[in-house]
Write a protein that binds this ligand. Sequence first.
Ligand code: SAM
Length: 280
Amino acid sequence: MKLTEIKQILSARNLQLSKSLGQNFLHDQNQLRRIAEAAELTAGDKILEIGPGLGPLTEYIAPRAAETLAIEKDGRLVEFLREKFANTPGLQLLHADALDYVKDHRQWSDWKMVSNLPYSVASPILVELAQALSPPQRIVATLQLEVAERVHAPAAAEHYGLLSLLIQLRYETRGIFKIPSTCFFPEPDVDSACITLARRTEPLLSPDLQRVFTRLVKCAFSQRRKMMLKLLKQNWPLDRLTAAFEQLGLSHQIRAERVSLEQFVQLVRLLSTIEAGTGD
Ligand code: SAM
């Protein structure tokens, strides 16, 4: 879908774009192709697309997959999409809020998510999918560049934090490429990037311990400048924490932003072992 076509559709249907719904449409064919390639589509794939807009990405995805579920919040766009894709087999168009939908639907194990996400809800959608009972096997998401950097950041990097840990517990980054603002209409005020995430073959923690991990990292990052031990002792007994910190060689003064994913995972395992060992 070219820029001229987008402008024609908007004007013919008298559609005013909504900033709050993040309606910046991608019209650069090279970037659309790169996104579709990052998904490594095969004929048997099931694809979740959040925010299809006028369908420029859907055009690339739906004919190459067995099943595509495209969820769009704007009813005016859903109406347009139903006409445009009336003869596309395997494509289901849903008029819904995708964040509510992914909160209610938690089994995505044989799905891939491929989306140019609405930036205002991109982070909560990614976290919901990563915390699903069965997360999608692959995520290819166009995001605000800063959010992509946060998802990808290793410990001690500038953008490392809660989002990095909640996503990286289940996913490894396979690639990132920047998308210039000029590739969108209207041009967004922020830089954009497409990130590819592959689900870890083996989860690092069991479902029960994943919940402890979420609680622990949220607490550890609740006040970024504060020592992690001081924050955690509000919710875990100090003697257990100090025993676990010592076993991991973590300083009592360390802040959460210096603690790696692997160390958080070990900390969760140790705290649970100590809890199990003391019979609590
Ligand atoms: N995929 C299209 C493209 O690449 O041109 C549109 C992407 S645009 C950045 C984001 C789209 O998500 C818009 O069509 C917007 O209406 C839709 N959207 C915004 N919030 C949504 C939500 N909570 N659930 C589903 N769709 C949403």
